[in-house]
Design a protein around this ligand. Structure first.
Ligand SMILES: [Cu+2]
Length: 130
């Protein structure tokens, strides 16, 4: 019973932890620098993070979680590996991933932004072309 209770309590805690931080997320926008990319392996996806209030790019964010999948085309379980690449421009974050088929891919990001206590999350859709 105790361990059952504990895991239920843990699950509740985790559910609280992953509740989207609307405040922080609403203040920032992730946008693809190149919304269309030729399909293939080892392609570079670049995403700009901006502060909606100032319109300025947000440099030095720590993107600690990324996921690329084909959820927009009904293939959420078609997930691609993602490797962060060095940023070439402040506020622009680059990743290496695979876009094996033409269609829409969703990039889900979680970031820590300087001076922002809440985790900033966002979803970006990029299209792979033939
Ligand atoms: Cu697919």
């Amino acid at each position: 019973m105790i361990s059952k209770f504990r895991s239920a309590a843990l699950a509740a805690t985790l559910a609280l932890a992953v509740t989207p931080a609307m405040g922080a997320a609403a203040d920032y926008a992730f946008e693809p620098v190149t919304p269309e990319i030729k399909k293939g392996d080892d392609v570079t996806v670049t995403i700009r993070l901006t502060n909606k209030a100032t319109g300025k790019a947000v440099p030095d964010a720590v993107i600690f979680k990324t996921r690329v999948d084909m959820a927009p085309d009904g293939m959420a379980d078609m997930e691609s590996p993602v490797t962060p690449l060095p940023s070439k421009e402040p506020g622009v974050y680059a990743f290496k991933t695979d876009l094996p088929m033409a269609g829409r891919y969703q990039v889900t990001l979680s970031a820590k932004v300087q001076g922002e206590p809440e985790t900033v999350t966002g979803k970006v859709v990029v299209k792979a072309t033939k």
